[in-house]
Design a protein around this ligand. Structure first.
Ligand SMILES: Nc1ncnc2c1ncn2[C@@H]1O[C@H](COP(=O)(O)OP(=O)(O)OP(=O)(O)O)[C@@H](O)[C@H]1O
Ligand SMILES: [Mg+2]
Length: 208
């Protein structure tokens, strides 16, 4: 079965594009033909891909915009980097196709409020109600000692949400992205722990 993953939350800046680019590289490294679709008019993922050095290009990873997707024939995994705007018509279309929706969430009260509204919205969709799409929650920009994460846990518990993994708040994500890279493109020791944080997600998606 082809894997179709939407990365989505109506909260802007929660980490959709960061997760999309890192996940697409991680999956493509498993020799799974992966297409990252930039469905956001801001085109962050496409911009990232243009910055990508020749040495990091691979036959297993393509990045395209939504309207050029038809041209891509051979793929095993599609990853949609969605815009925050849930009123955008294409978002519903994307949700209707996906086996998995990855929902990044940060700890702030603003993120919790927005995520709450977002959940109300998507829980109205029949595909979600019927359980045809797995909702996967990822805590992003995690800081071990920050008290605010206790509040996030309380919020998630109240919603009966069990996050699958926690991705640390690390400048490496920003620096590497600015060079067209992901954490899965580098083998520096300090990045090992960061990569390990992704393992539960990769296992859940059955791509590792
Ligand atoms: N785990 C992380 N550690 C450090 N910085 C991060 C992390 N995740 C995201 N960021 C940074 O936070 C900012 C917002 O992230 P990103 O663009 O991925 O969010 P987004 O949900 O795609 O935003 P938008 O809704 O605008 O599309 C970026 O500067 C990104 O580099
Ligand atoms: Mg984005």
């Amino acid at each position: 079965m082809k894997i179709k993953i939407g990365i989505l939350n109506s909260k802007g800046g929660c980490g959709k594009t960061t997760i999309a680019i890192n996940l697409s590289v991680a999956i493509s490294h498993q020799m799974i033909k992966t297409v990252l679709i930039d469905a956001d008019p801001n085109q962050g993922a496409l911009f990232w891909f243009k910055k990508r050095n020749k040495n990091h290009l691979s036959n297993y990873l393509k990045v395209t915009s939504l309207n050029k997707l038809k041209k891509i024939k051979n793929f095993e995994c599609l990853i949609y980097d969605c815009p925050a705007n849930m009123k955008d018509k294409k978002v519903k279309d994307i949700i209707s196709q996906c086996n998995y929706l990855i929902i990044p969430i940060q700890a702030s009260i603003f993120d919790q409020t927005a995520t709450n509204l977002f959940l109300e919205l998507i829980n109205k969709l029949s595909r979600i109600r019927k359980g045809k799409t797995d909702l996967v929650f990822v805590i992003n920009r995690y800081k071990k000692r920050a008290q605010i994460f206790k509040k996030l846990n309380t919020f998630l518990l109240s919603k009966k949400i069990k996050p699958l993994c926690k991705l640390s708040d690390r400048i490496a994500y920003q620096l590497l992205a600015s060079e067209g890279k992901s954490i899965f493109d580098v083998n520096h020791k300090p990045i090992y722990n960061l990569k390990n944080e992704w393992v539960p997600l990769l296992h859940f998606l059955k791509v590792k």
